[in-house]
Design a protein around this ligand. Structure first.
Ligand code: NG6
Ligand code: CA
Length: 519
């Protein structure tokens, strides 16, 4: 009952905000801003549906994520838009399907900024509502115009698309440049040792993973044999910037302490923090405190480390007395992968763990494990503990967070599902286009449809079923969550209905795709 009253009061207040804002004085405005909740999006990298205890993992322990799941709303049909990183992050921040932007693919470390600086983003929406906004962690959405001088201020980047504060790695942990960038400047750079980066060719005399295996502490399996940093061979070539290079094993602690500092400094709120963890993406380099903790090698240990970081972040909110005034949203950018290019025992030490849970496929895949992920919303005293089967996408956060904070901003693709995210409604979206490395598929109601695509059924390097087949695939996920029974031939009516609905959103020109090339 009391909960109900809290809900009602809160929503009456937020609904009236938009009206009040236009007429109020700046004093009133400040008061209203104070009553808006802080918002934190915790975004893991390559964390699978089955990697989390609350989603059924028994072989790996994630007590801190589980606490959020059990105390908030745990979605069983929560999706990223894509089975890889850059497209998912693009959609998360802009509320636009990534396949509408032909450049939304896995980006190199020198790719230009993928988001137009004029484009609407979550941090822009929230900033307008009085929020201070920050990103700490993995960016991977490109920087500058594609011709970046890493020794000058790097722009445009996160600060130009809505973030007041940014502390990031440019791309991925396995791609150069291996440095942190704070508000557009490389942290700890010695001007006498400038950074040079190339994705085309090596710098004369610099060792590489390919030519200098004797220098490696981690071995590459496929790709990942260019410049060596900290004994780890990377994608891309880099020279200089010695004093600025990150220490891989300290990355999680470093991002965590930046995030904690940000929270403490902005506890008066309202703030929006996008905390983009780098785990368990390769190279998996947990701090020595976590080595051996999962019994599954570095991948499992990195998940244990990520879980610990999340616990520490929540503790900070508690210590600062703002946990009850903070909406936490937790998810991942794409599904799981074991061998993603380094020989790090992820396959050998997996044991009985199933990173995708009951789902088929994984990272890069059009099957469910590519995009269906842990998705949790937590807000102490405001979200009632529940499990929701409603279909939600990260795409919907823009319109939903806008609605929560009294803004009417929306995009063509983002749906306002704030009641669903707050556990007050179970009516999610009806349909969703899913994407994996430029190929698209469709989910509607209980059904999933994958159009025919050329290419191998399995990518052998990562050992993942991609979803490619000569004919249509149709699955009833209610009865067959593991997508084992293709009903395309036995249920032509349903197939037709699915294809028609899909083409209504996607158009008919979805067949021309690029093959997945993992180097
Ligand atoms: C692939 C990399 C993989 C990973 C992925 C991006 C090779 C062989 N593989 O090309 O290791 O970096 O790109 O992952 O280079 S993501 O999660 O950022 O999308
Ligand atoms: Ca990823």
């Amino acid at each position: 009952m009391m909960m109900n009253n809290i809900f009602r009061r809160y929503f009456l207040r937020t609904v009236t905000l938009a009206v009040i804002f236009s007429a109020c004085t700046s004093e009133q405005k400040k008061e209203e801003e104070k009553s808006l909740p802080n918002i934190i999006i915790i975004y893991a990298d390559d964390l699978g549906y089955g990697d989390v205890g609350a989603y059924g993992a028994t072989e790996i322990k994630t007590p801190n994520i589980d606490k959020l799941a059990v105390g908030g709303t745990r979605f069983t049909s929560g999706y990223a838009t894509s089975a890889t990183c850059s497209p998912s992050r693009y959609a998360l921040l802009t509320g636009i399907y990534p396949w509408r932007n032909e450049n939304a693919k896995i980006l190199s470390g020198t790719a230009p900024l993928l988001i137009d600086t004029a484009q609407l983003t979550i941090p822009k929406v929230l900033r307008k509502q009085g929020y201070h906004t920050a990103i700490v962690g993995k960016w991977h959405l490109g920087l500058g115009d594609g011709n970046v001088d890493w020794n000058q201020r790097i722009a445009p980047g996160p600060n130009e698309v809505g973030f007041d504060y940014s502390y990031i790695m440019a791309a991925t942990q396995d791609r150069v440049p291996t440095v942190y960038i704070e508000n557009g400047s490389v942290e700890g750079l010695d001007p006498n040792d400038p950074i040079e980066v190339s994705y085309q060719e090596n710098f004369p005399g610099e060792p590489t993973g390919l030519d200098n295996p004797e220098l490696l502490k981690m071995k590459w399996d496929h790709g990942h044999n260019n410049s060596i940093v900290n004994g780890i061979p990377r994608i891309g070539f880099m020279k200089g910037g010695e004093s600025a290079k990150w220490v891989d094993e300290e990355m999680a602690d470093n991002f965590l302490s930046r995030a904690q500092k940000y929270i403490t400094e902005h506890k008066e709120g309202p703030f929006f923090l996008y905390y983009a963890l780098q785990q368990p993406h390769v190279p998996r380099t947990p701090h020595s405190r976590f080595v051996g903790k999962s019994g599954m090698g570095p991948r499992g240990d990195a998940i244990v480390e990520a879980d610990w970081c999340i616990g520490e972040l929540v503790n900070t909110l508690q210590k600062e007395g703002i946990l009850e005034n903070t909406l936490i949203i937790l998810s991942s950018d794409n599904g799981p992968v074991l061998n993603d290019g380094y020989a790090d025992d992820a396959v050998e030490k997996l044991g009985n763990h199933t990173p995708g849970g009951p789902l088929r496929g994984g990272k890069y895949s059009l099957f469910e494990a590519g995009t269906r992920l842990p998705f949790i919303t937590y807000w102490e005293g405001h979200i009632r503990p529940s499990v929701s089967g409603a279909m939600v996408s990260q795409l919907d956060l823009l319109a939903s967070l806008a609605a929560l904070t009294g803004s009417n901003e929306k995009t063509t693709d983002s749906q306002n599902l704030i009641d669903v995210f707050l556990g007050k409604s179970t009516v999610g979206r009806e349909e969703l286009v899913l994407e994996a490395t430029t190929r698209t598929a469709f989910r509607k109601g209980d059904w999933a449809m994958i159009p025919p695509y050329p290419g191998p059924a399995v990518n052998k390097q990562v050992n993942i079923e991609l979803g490619n087949a000569g004919g249509y695939q149709l699955y009833n996920l209610q009865e067959d969550i593991g997508q084992q029974h293709n009903l395309a031939e036995t249920n032509p009516e349903k197939l037709k209905e699915m294809v028609t609905s899909f083409e209504k959103i996607r158009g008919k020109d979805y067949g021309s795709t690029e093959p997945l090339e993992l180097k």
